[in-house]
Design a protein around this ligand. Structure first.
Ligand code: FES
Length: 111
């Protein structure tokens, strides 16, 4: 099988994976991966919902400029997933709206 992943293309040989959780589900994280890279590797492409319409968001620019990738890490909302390194045991959570009011719901829901 011809694997053409970014790791194979640059002949990277990362150390063994550690684990973190995303919304309570364990995911594998390679040393040095950002939260966004770890989530993508786990097949997760959206980890925030907008406060206005509840639209899903994930990585857009990938370089820390657009703030689309905001996520809650270890209880701290508004972390840019494309910049924050995933550490062993991190508790990564989907961010709803601003991340400061977990009871808020997108417009049109729950009414
Ligand atoms: S994807 Fe744009 S800031 Fe993270």
């Amino acid at each position: 099988m011809n694997k053409r992943t970014p790791l194979h293309l640059v002949r990277a040989e990362p150390g063994p994976a550690h684990t973190a959780t995303f919304d309570g589900v364990e995911i594998a994280v390679l040393p040095g991966q950002t939260v966004a890279a770890a989530l993508w590797s786990a097949g997760v492409t959206a980890w925030r919902v907008t406060r206005g319409t509840g639209a899903p968001r994930g990585v857009f620019c990938g370089i820390g400029v657009c703030f689309d990738c905001l996520v809650t890490v270890n209880g701290r909302p508004n972390q840019r997933a494309c910049l924050v390194r995933a550490e062993p045991g991190d508790d990564i959570r989907t961010q709803h709206g601003t991340g400061h009011d977990e009871t808020s719901e997108p417009e049109g829901e729950g009414r």
